[in-house]
Design a protein around this ligand. Sequence first.
Ligand SMILES: [Zn+2]
Length: 113
Amino acid sequence: MHEMSLMGGVFEVIEQTLTQHEVKRVLIVKLKVGELTNAEPDALEMAFEAYSKDTKCEGAELIVERVPVYGRCRNCQYEFSVKTMLFLCPNCRNTDIEVIQGEELLLESLEVE
Ligand SMILES: [Zn+2]
């Protein structure tokens, strides 16, 4: 399951963050998930539960914010939202598009006590 490895990366960041602060437990974990990761919310939830077991994150609420895909045309630098995975510049019809948003799975914030 692809979500498990994505979540593994998130938990590395969470653990790093928690070692820098004194935290009793984590209440809410907010993630930003790019549409291009193809991560399913249910599978993310399952992966989260698996990773959070016996950690300070156990029982925390997972909030997933979907991030739409944005591309930038390498020809005219036009930036646009990529719909239906059509990587075509609406300005100059170039197909050489750099993805600038939508591939990431990031830890947005932690609420702790
Ligand atoms: Zn263009």
